[in-house]
Write a protein that binds this ligand. Structure first.
Ligand code: GLC
Length: 748
């Protein structure tokens, strides 16, 4: 009884407290002048050489409280409203590592693995741990909101920013994003899930018009954001640059108010992407509360609109309130005394652990891996000595150091060919010295050509070493999509080098291991038979060389799974013939004609065989799946399915159990089956087993019915596939839904 009383009084106190705060905010707004309100909804500017119209900050406020941050908001000192600071990005905090007027210390942040790597761990608890570490650096460096996670769907492998995003699947995307948001926000700082919505290409990103069906929007492109909002309540959402069906997302009332707030219950505020959208008044009306980074013309336009009556001041008040509700949660509002000394050492260890957990073993013939300690390694590939630890643009991080793969192998006590190391280091230095200096950090440096490995060199190294490790490096980033030649497909030099290395080492019965230091999908089918093992390291963050070595030597057993399909050829990708839009020279619009059939939803439903499927990944050990137990064969309000996973191999390892549902498709066309749950086991010792239980809720049975704007489950037989990948069904159990269920209706 006592507990109950305490709980009720606690709830009452909180409610009163929130009500009082809301009242305070209403009172605050009633005391604000029109100019002050507009200064709250428009950022303070972008202190970056050449940025259009950076505003003159008002007295006593610095745009640069944290140098290198992406932006800040105006404070209203007379009303006790502080200025808050926002900074990028998805792989860690990006601020200037050194400051103009401060030579006493540095401000490096930790470069974590890229988003795709984190998602490939299929371990939300690990992602949350990474988020907690990133959030600590945000807090201790004096930033209030970090502009991440990026969570747009991998619609096409050539999107230049896929490395900053998680997956082709909305459930993996949503649960990974929710975990990241919870982790970061556990420090009392905010996040900004982005880019809302459907920013799936860089080509003409500021104006491209995307034609997307309501169903594809709801089931694929918005679903990940919906999960993140409902599961983790991010402080903010960042709207995207592009248009959807003719309207800029930052000017779309249906998207930013009806769906996000009306359907999903979002309580934070929406900000634009930097200089995103066109019409500030339309953005205000749509519910895009904050215009970042902010330019003076926006302030004038909004003040003018209120004065001439084309913008109701009540709408402005609503947006100001959305911002202040969040702003008063911030460390700046609480006067937090940040240290500028986050635990970078501890975070580096987390970065290393997370990088290894996201690595995906695609092939391992005759146990080429793990390496054994007395094998001498011939390490090929520019990237082995000059590792790509992350992508370019706003998603980059200013880290204090990078562990390359040669250093990682050295740290692991692996012997490797030092002559070859010197050859690569000299080659890389000469090529880099010959490159033009990039204009600014945003401009991606063009890749240097891969060093050619001749047959003679390959045979000599095959004589002197026991195994070859060949690393393929790729980079991409904001402002540009990827190319097919020398990017998605291997370059001529890479193909010839792999051929020569393969012939030389195989002629001496020695093995060849490929390591993919990539930010997104590449072609593998044409060359994978030339190597004995393939490990995707992704772009693994600053500790990358140590993490790759941890997996290569078996200190960590790889447990990552693909979160996006690797096709045999680019043309197999369902969006290949409409990406990045028409007209080809300078696309103005792109038709998402594949609709909901992207990724494995397309490959499975059209019997197109991929090179490596969604959910695929090998281990150094083996797992056995028991017979699944289902709680009922008739669906009432929920059903559980349990299955035992046993490690039947000789080494400890983790397995990702995937649960897909095949739904009846009488009244609506549907994919073969769709991912509705997954679980990564703990580290199972040989012989150890774990019972995994999935709960199937009504929403898991539904598809979006755009006729009556509802999430509807058709009556009929449902199949539950327990899988180790989207193509490997270990067992199936069935249940029936006797009547159609309209589980949720949404705003039209
Ligand atoms: C960029 C990016 C966005 C980033 C913002 C601030 O253009 O699209 O992801 O957070 O500007 O740098």
């Amino acid at each position: 009884m006592r507990i109950k009383v305490i709980l009720i009084s606690l709830m009452l106190f909180t409610a009163v407290n929130l009500f009082a705060q809301a009242q305070d905010i209403n009172k605050l707004i009633s005391e604000m002048t029109l100019e002050e309100k507009v200064k709250i909804v428009v950022g303070m500017g972008f202190n970056f050489p050449g940025a259009p119209g950076s505003q003159e900050p008002i007295v006593g406020q610095s745009m640069d409280r944290v140098e290198g941050a992406a932006g800040s908001t105006f404070g209203i000192q007379r009303l006790g409203i502080p200025s808050i600071v926002v900074a990028d990005g998805p792989a860690g905090l990006r601020i200037n590592p050194v400051r103009k007027d401060d030579s006493t210390k540095t401000y490096y942040a930790t470069a974590f693995p890229i988003a795709t790597s984190l998602a490939s761990s299929w371990d939300p608890s690990l992602v949350q741990k990474v988020g907690a570490a990133i959030g600590n650096e945000v807090l201790e460096y004096g930033v209030d909101i970090i502009l991440m996670p990026g969570q747009n769907i991998h619609r096409n492998p050539l999107c230049g920013r896929n490395f900053e995003y998680y997956s082709e699947d909305p459930l993996v995307t949503g649960l990974t994003s929710a975990a990241m948001v919870k982790g970061v926000q556990s420090n009392g700082v905010g996040t900004s899930i982005k880019h809302f919505a459907a920013n799936n290409q860089e080509t003409n990103r500021n104006n491209i018009n995307e034609i997307i069906s309501e169903r594809a929007l709801r089931e694929i492109y918005l679903k990940g954001f919906e999960i993140a909002v409902k599961e983790a309540q991010p402080w903010t959402i960042m709207s995207s640059y592009n248009k959807i069906s003719g309207t800029y997302t930052s000017e779309d009332y249906k998207l930013l108010t009806q769906i996000v707030r009306g359907d999903w219950g979002f309580k934070g505020f929406v900000m634009t992407d930097w200089f995103g959208g066109k019409d500030p008044v339309a953005q205000m009306k749509a519910g895009n509360d904050l215009l970042m980074p902010g330019i003076p013309q926006q302030i004038e336009a909004i003040i003018n609109a209120v004065k001439i009556g084309t913008l109701d001041e009540k709408v402005l008040d609503r947006n100001v309130k959305n911002i202040l509700n969040v702003l008063f949660l911030s460390p700046s509002a609480k006067g937090y005394k940040y240290s500028d000394t986050p635990d970078l050492k501890g975070h580096a260890l987390i970065s290393r652990e997370a990088a290894a957990e996201g690595m995906v073993l695609l092939k391992n013939n005759e146990s080429a891996l793990p390496l054994n300690e007395n094998q001498k390694v011939a390490l090929f590939g520019n990237a082995a000595y000059d590792l790509y630890i992350g992508g370019t643009g706003s998603g980059d991080v200013n880290e204090a150091y990078i562990i390359s793969l040669d250093a990682g192998l050295e740290n692991a006590g692996c012997e490797f060919d030092k002559k070859l190391q010197s050859m690569y280091k000299d080659f890389i230095k000469n090529e880099k010295d010959a490159q033009p200096k990039p204009k600014n950090f945003f401009t991606p440096k063009p890749p240097i050509p891969e060093m050619q490995v001749s047959p003679e060199l390959a045979y000599q190294l095959a004589e002197e070493n026991d195994i070859a490790v060949v690393i393929i490096g790729r980079n991409s980033g904001e402002f540009a999509d990827r190319k097919l030649e020398d990017d998605f497909y291997l370059s001529k030099t890479e193909i010839e080098s792999i051929e020569n290395i393969s012939n030389a080492f195989h002629s001496k019965a020695k093995k060849v291991v490929a390591v993919l230091n990539i930010g997104g999908v590449i072609e593998t089918a044409s060359w994978r038979d030339k190597v004995d093992a393939i490990l995707i390291s992704w772009q693994p963050g600053q500790e990358g060389g140590n993490a790759i070595a941890d997996v290569l030597i078996g200190k960590v057993n790889p447990s990552g799974k693909l979160t996006s399909t690797f096709p045999v050829k680019y043309e197999d990708v369902p969006s290949a013939n409409n990406f990045p839009g028409t007209p080809k020279e300078n696309p103005e619009s792109v038709n998402y004609e594949e609709d909901i059939f992207i990724g494995y939803r397309y490959f499975l439903s059209n019997d197109v065989k991929p090179a490596y499927e969604f959910g695929y990944g090998l281990s150094y050990t083996k797992f056995e799946y028991g017979k699944p137990q289902i709680s009922s064969n008739v669906f009432k309000d929920k059903i559980t399915v349990s299955v035992k996973i046993k490690n039947t191999g000789s080494g400890a390892g983790k397995e990702v159990v995937q649960m897909y549902i095949c739904a009846p498709a009488e009244s609506m066309v549907k994919p073969e089956y769709e991912l509705k749950g997954f679980h990564k086991t703990k580290l199972l010792q040989p012989g150890e087993e774990e019972l995994v239980t999935f709960t199937i809720n009504p929403l898991d049975l539904t598809s979006f019915d755009s006729n009556n704007f509802s999430w509807t489950a058709e009556k009929g037989e449902y199949k539950v596939n327990i899988c180790s990948s989207s193509e490997k069904i270990l067992s199936t159990v069935e249940f029936n839904l006797t009547e159609e269920m309209i589980v949720e209706k949404v705003n039209r």
